[in-house]
Design a protein around this ligand. Structure first.
Ligand SMILES: [Zn+2]
Length: 235
């Protein structure tokens, strides 16, 4: 995580396996990569001809177990993941890198610690600081060799995060930003506002609450309504 910038260019990863992955939106090709050194297992979902030199519609998605797999409305990760896969399927061509850096890099257990602190009033950045972590520990260096494996040098990147764009540019990857705003709900509104005000995310100001977000159900609304705070720390 704290590697000096030049070392990022030398991030090493091996492509180890692939298979078809049928989803509700398209049948993607799923690729497993193993990062040397850390032993982390990263994934890529690809669709269509992506190695032809033309810019590729892409999403770099950092793991969020609670948002991606457990339907959490504390953050917008699950909605962003689904939206990205839908967009790639609609276009018939693209790549999603699924990066194993949970909780903006602090890990799953620490993310849940941070959620607990947020229920006492801290926002997502303050909670990280209280736990002794920086705002955002994510590192995108591993993306360079993953994209190179597919012959990709130029992205049309679905993101609101300028740090991600800057990181890719230092890795000599061309990036055009595609806005990627997920629905705000009453559960993630403060989290999204903090991402915009403290982490520089390019989000609409004061996003309108939506009670019909795709991940919202009566059961989850009832459960979340018992939370003391609206603020959440997913990444
Ligand atoms: Zn999340």
């Amino acid at each position: 995580m704290s590697s000096p910038q030049p070392a990022q260019h030398n991030a090493a990863i091996d492509h180890v396996a692939s298979c078809a992955l049928p989803t509700p939106w398209a049948t993607f090709q799923l690729h497993a990569f193993l990062e040397q050194g850390s032993g982390k297992e990263h994934l890529a979902l690809t669709l269509g001809e992506i190695g032809d030199g033309q810019p590729v519609l892409a999403r770099l998605h950092s793991e969020c177990l609670t948002g991606d797999a457990l339907f959490s409305l504390r953050c917008d990760c699950g909605a962003q993941l689904e939206s990205a896969l839908r967009q790639i399927a609609k276009e018939g061509r693209g790549v999603l890198l699924y990066l194993r850096q949970e909780g903006r890099g602090i890990g799953l257990v620490n993310k849940i610690r941070a959620y607990g602190l947020q229920e006492s009033g801290a926002d997502t950045v303050e909670a990280n600081h209280q736990l002794g972590f920086a705002d955002d520990l994510r590192n995108y260096a591993i993306c360079a060799p993953m994209l190179r494996h597919f012959g990709i040098r130029s992205l049309r990147l679905m993101t609101n995060n300028p740090r991600k764009i800057d990181a890719l540019k230092t890795l000599d990857i061309d990036v055009e930003r595609i806005e990627h705003v997920a629905s705000s709900t009453r559960f993630n509104a403060r989290y999204l506002a903090t991402k915009a005000s403290k982490l520089g995310h390019l989000l609409p100001q004061a996003p309108a609450h939506s009670s019909d977000a795709s991940h919202t159900s009566e059961a989850s609304e009832a459960a979340a309504a018992s939370l003391k705070s609206d603020d959440h720390a997913g990444a």
